[in-house]
Ligand binder design. Structure first.
Ligand code: DX5
Ligand code: ZN
Length: 228
């Protein structure tokens, strides 16, 4: 994982989600993300079963892989992801995150991700207690706290989910997992998101609707919500 300590000032990673991009012009979206100054892109995979929406699969990821050097942060919102880990790894994901609620055997799924030399993440819905990820903290590179009910962009952040982030910061100790938050991150919520202690903030609709994406990333990564 990349470390973002910028001098003395703390800086978090902003991971734009292509869920809010125009899929007919995905090259431009990836270029806009690169030019914004971040080096992560968040890829939301939905199967219509685990969540009530469908997006794209491994072919989309392997097709865009040659167009981009960004860190591919693949978020699998699919039932029994173990069935597709090989495909998502070979498609070029740099990190694959699965949901505790979707896996029959979480440990086996994480091990499979790692066996392909890909970083692994574990995510929970807003209704799932943070204790559900705790047994796996020694194995994961990333914990993704959903701050909205997964399925759609443009929802409002559920403030209580930030307590899970704070808990994960508190118990991290020597472990080096990143803590990421996903859903409803925008200029109004970034101050609270930043002070919760996250390392990565996913932003879909707010990123793609920002006129000056470079300024958006610069300010949001320092927890500043005044984007004018
Ligand atoms: C929701 C997805 C999010 C979503 C965030 O299920 O996992 O990544 O794109 O979108 P915004 O930033 O618009 O809330
Ligand atoms: Zn996501």
């Amino acid at each position: 994982m990349l470390c973002y300590i910028d001098g003395m000032e703390r800086s978090i990673i902003i991971a734009p989600s292509v869920l809010s991009a125009d899929f007919s012009d995905i090259r431009t979206a990836l270029e806009d993300i690169r030019l914004s100054g971040t080096n992560w892109v968040h890829l939301d995979v939905m199967d219509g079963v685990f969540v009530p929406n469908i997006t794209f699969g491994p072919k989309f990821i392997s097709d865009i892989r040659p167009c981009s050097d960004l860190f591919f942060d693949t978020h699998l919102m699919i039932e029994e992801p173990v069935r597709f880990i090989e495909q998502f790894a070979k498609a070029g994901s740099d990190c694959i995150t699965v949901h505790t609620e979707a896996c029959e055997d979480i440990r086996e799924t994480l091990d499979l991700i790692k066996s392909f030399g890909v970083e692994c993440g574990l995510s929970i819905r807003p209704s799932t207690p943070v204790e559900e990820v705790e047994p796996y903290l020694d194995m994961v590179d990333l914990v993704l706290i959903m701050s909205v009910n997964p399925g759609f962009g443009g929802q409002e952040l559920i403030p209580e989910t930030l307590n899970k982030v704070k808990r994960l910061v508190e118990i991290r100790g020597d472990r080096d997992y990143f803590i990421s938050i996903d859903g409803g991150v925008n200029a109004s919520t970034i101050t609270d998101v930043f002070s919760s202690g996250v390392d990565v903030a996913v932003a879909g609709s707010a990123f793609f609707s920002a006129k000056d994406k470079r300024s958006f990333v610069q300010k949001m990564s320092r927890g500043q919500g005044d984007l004018r």
